[in-house]
Design a protein around this ligand. Structure first.
Ligand SMILES: [Zn+2]
Ligand SMILES: [Zn+2]
Length: 514
């Protein structure tokens, strides 16, 4: 009889001991009885017959397993991000039996010998249009990146980072290795897929949390069968069972969505750097507004010239609401057949309650941040901890009545513009109106074809979509972003400002009103 220590899948339970009559490999996925239920688990180690307690028998041995590298990285995640090994391993997609085992040395050397042959017989799935032609600036950045194990590509908006990525990926694939291309979930658009497929055909797959189980299984089949060179996706793409990763790209590396809000609370950008070192893969972080941390930590390669040189004029206006002057500018721009963008930093129809006498904002008792007023739901809510209470009428600091609310949400801004400018079609761009990928696609399409004239939205506007024809950006409420309860509030405000201003003036000169 053999005895095994096992860890339960995605569970915080401690390590348990079971027995089985046949030898099992470390990393093997199994099913074990826990109380009256059957649970998924993994073999951690073989041990001596335990003394002092009876063990149960392992019920099933599955055809999937974790490689020694996956287990090693999971052990790091579990200690670094304070989670159990079972939770850390739960991030990874296991390998599957029946395909070559990545731990098998003999197979690896055999693979080296056949690499050239594999490259030759890729046939019609290979790039169809050749590689993008790089500008001198891009070429210089590409060559610099080739020499580095890890680096930060700091490229202004519209400077053509993607072409540099494509060149790096093509080089990696030619060496017989695979690439992971991470981007924020919202950038994973059909346009991006088409753009990448143009170069890499069907050997690229998109991986994100909204895939159905069936689609995921289909993609995994391709990965197991070694028909995939590039996995492009949100942070979970980092944990797909690729065999020999040679390049990890983290685009928009400053983006908050790389930080997992569930256990294990890992940061995908930091994990990419760690895994790159472990796997011997090159790591390229990229952003137009890199996080100060990355800028300080990693070698910086710059892309300084935008593809099309345009001019931006900045105007600073005091106050936090939409003024008549701004509406007039939007109107003029609309009459001239141009498109505009309006950024409002709060989502939906919420505001903050504040006292007219002492100026106190009504804050959450637990988080000391302003509580949002939800007009339709008729309550106050803390967007940090979800603490909810009835709408207050009396100031908790000085007892003054009434409290008034301020700050314009997207709903009010929309109403205000509609009442001043006839016929303007507004595309509302926030989490309340863009709830599915389909809605995002439709909204972008309407704006691109100039069916809508004004893009009105929240933080979502700052994420990497290309809007070629915007010549006016109005950015409201920067003071609010600067005053957020976050020690990086200033860094975030600056990043947001640059990203949103960068959405305008892509093709023509533009005005930015702040
Ligand atoms: Zn007061
Ligand atoms: Zn709170």
């Amino acid at each position: 009889m053999h005895y095994y220590q096992i860890t339960l899948h995605r569970s915080s339970a401690p390590i348990l001991t079971y027995h089985y009559d046949k030898p099992l490999k470390i990393g093997q996925q199994i099913e074990v009885p826990v109380h009256s239920k059957v649970k998924l688990a993994m073999v951690l180690d073989e041990v001596e017959k335990p003394e002092g307690f009876e063990t149960s028998e392992i019920l099933n041995v599955l055809n999937s397993y974790y490689s020694s590298m996956q287990i090693e990285i999971a052990k790091f995640i579990s200690s670094y991000y304070f989670s159990s090994l079972g939770e850390a391993l739960g991030l990874f997609v296991p390998c599957r039996s029946g395909y070559p085992h990545p731990d098998d040395e003999k197979l690896n050397s055999l693979k080296d010998a056949t690499k050239d042959v594999i490259l030759d017989c890729r046939g019609e799935d290979t790039p169809t249009y050749g590689l993008p032609i790089l500008s001198d600036d891009q070429k210089r950045a590409y060559k610099k990146l080739l020499k580095k194990d890890k680096a930060l590509l700091f490229g202004v908006t519209g400077s053509g980072k993607t072409e540099v990525f494509i060149s790096l990926m093509a080089k990696t694939i030619a060496e017989g290795k695979q690439c992971i291309f991470l981007m924020p979930e919202i950038s994973l658009t059909p346009q991006m897929q088409t753009r990448l497929e143009k170069y890499f055909g069907k050997r690229i797959v998109m991986w994100h949390s909204k895939l159905t189980k069936k689609k995921k299984e289909k993609i995994l089949e391709k990965i197991y069968a070694k028909e995939v060179d590039i996995v492009a996706g949100a942070r979970s793409a980092l944990f797909t069972p690729l065999e020999e990763v040679g390049l990890i790209i983290v685009d928009e590396e400053h983006d908050d969505s790389y930080k997992s809000m569930m256990k294990p609370r890992y940061h995908a950008r930091d994990m990419a750097v760690y895994m790159g070192a472990k796997l011997g893969a090159k790591v390229v972080l990229a952003s137009a507004t890199p996080s100060l941390g990355s800028y300080h930590k990693y070698e910086v390669v710059k892309l300084t010239k935008p593809f099309i040189q345009t001019q931006k004029k900045y105007y600073f206006v005091e106050g936090s609401t939409l003024t008549n002057g701004m509406i007039k500018k939007i109107d003029e721009n609309f009459r001239a057949g141009e498109q505009s963008l309006l950024f409002v930093p709060t989502r939906g129809n919420f505001k903050y309650l504040y006292c007219t006498k002492c100026g106190e904002t009504h804050t959450c008792p637990y988080c000391s941040v302003g509580m949002a007023l939800h007009r339709y739901a008729r309550h106050l809510k803390c967007h940090y901890c979800n603490f909810t209470e009835v709408i207050r009428e009396v100031c908790s600091a000085c007892g003054h009545t009434p409290l008034i609310s301020e700050r314009m949400g997207t709903v009010e801004a929309k109403e205000m513009i509609h009442s001043s400018i006839e016929d303007i079609v507004i595309e509302q761009f926030d989490r309340d109106s863009i709830t599915t990928a389909g809605k995002l696609k439709k909204a972008l399409k309407r704006f691109e074809s100039k069916e809508s004239h004004l893009l009105l939205g929240t933080q979502m506007l700052s994420k990497g979509h290309d809007y070629a024809n915007i010549t006016l950006s109005v950015i409201l409420g920067m003071d609010y972003i600067l005053g957020l309860g976050d020690y990086r509030a200033r860094e975030r405000a600056m990043s947001l400002l640059i990203q949103i201003a960068g959405r305008s003036g892509r093709a023509k000169s533009a005005d930015v009103i702040i």
